[in-house]
Write a protein that binds this ligand. Structure first.
Ligand SMILES: [Zn+2]
Length: 113
């Protein structure tokens, strides 16, 4: 499952950061998930609960921040609202997705001894 490999990658990232900062515990992870990233938030949470047990994140909460999709015109940078044709009404250019397909580890709250 897609979400399982995402979680394994996330935990790997967290473990590297924790080691670099000599952290003794991780309290919370903040992850941004774009609505078009293809990630099911519930599946991601399930995967996290499965994998965190024997990791440094065993006691860490996973906080997921959903990111709404945003399209803009590559010509004039105007925002193009959803539900309309995905094309700029001024330039006629096809809209470009500027936000909403990301999977990003934003922040790690950890205890540094
Ligand atoms: Zn435009």
């Amino acid at each position: 499952m897609h979400e399982y490999s995402i979680v394994q990658a996330l935990l790997g990232q967290v473990e590297r950061h924790a080691r670099d900062h000599h952290a003794s515990a991780v309290h919370r992870l903040h992850v941004s998930i774009g609505e078009l990233s293809g990630v099911e938030v519930e599946l991601l949470e399930t995967a996290y609960d499965t994998f965190r047990e024997r990791s440094i994140c065993a006691a860490a909460e996973l906080e997921i921040h959903p990111v709404a999709a945003l399209w803009t015109c590559p010509g004039c940078a105007r925002e193009i609202p959803r539900g309309t044709a995905l094309r700029c009404s001024d330039c006629g250019l096809p809209a470009r997705l500027t936000r909403g397909d990301e999977i990003v580890l934003d922040r790690i709250e950890m205890e540094v001894a």
